[in-house]
Design a protein around this ligand. Sequence first.
Ligand SMILES: Nc1ncnc2c1ncn2[C@@H]1O[C@H](COP(=O)(O)OP(=O)(O)O)[C@@H](O)[C@H]1O
Ligand SMILES: [Mg+2]
Length: 267
Amino acid sequence: MPSASTRSPFSTTETTAVGVSVEGLSKNFGRLQVLKNLTFAVEPGEIFVLMGPSGSGKSVLLKHIVGLELPTAGRVLVDGHDAASEETREHVRMALVFQSGALFNSLSVYDNLALYPREHQVASEAAIRDKVMRALQILSLEGTAQKSPSELSGGMRKRVAIARGLVMEPQLMLYDEPTSELDPVMSATIAEIIGLLREEYHVTSIVVSHDRELALGIADRVGILMGGELVSLGTPAELKAPKDPRVVEFLNPKIDLKNPRFKQLET
Ligand SMILES: Nc1ncnc2c1ncn2[C@@H]1O[C@H](COP(=O)(O)OP(=O)(O)O)[C@@H](O)[C@H]1O
Ligand SMILES: [Mg+2]
């Protein structure tokens, strides 16, 4: 007999957003310490944007939140339970939109989106079809349903990856560089979608981005990670006048053509 406590991802009309709590999180890969004693919390329903230079540990941090990496020290809690625990896997619907999209080229766009609900046997094929088509419509992708992701542009693949997350009706949505490689119009669309998901579904969003405009435009709070440390945490308004010189330099980089780096460019 199926247990009464099993919650079907599509049986609830109301989604409860979940909070994330990162407590003293450190991560080493061999001798390389990638995350250094990070502590912060993301509130249910919040849009939290994580910025930082390449290699600062942003993707590694996201992987801890979805339970794909385990801490060397400290812990990550999702809705009060360890991120990698069975409790979390079974009861929290999370979607991670990977930087690369991570789509199956052997499947059509439609089947990529239908994969999760089919595997979890949570709805009839007709109900799955409704959800998939609605997600494609929200992302202006109706014409791509029968195509392979390999036939699409980078921007379209990115939207397909977001649509696939949407079909899961997540409580927690994580995006790794959702606007990289996109033109400004499409970047603005993605920003709108992230906002819409919060309004419509009350989803908690953690967005990793280099895109300063996106970050300051949609975030409730922005964290800046440098060398595995959280060097700044505050509202976009607070970031307009940063005090830490590293943050000033990161947000307003000055290009100095006299810098030796540019020497080879001189004629
Ligand atoms: N699985 C891994 N094994 C060893 N080193 C890793 C692994 N994943 C990431 N790293 C290293 O951790 C650092 C942070 O990586 P990452 O989180 O991907 O940076 P970014 O901020 O650009 O997303 C980099 O130096 C990267 O090489
Ligand atoms: Mg990354």
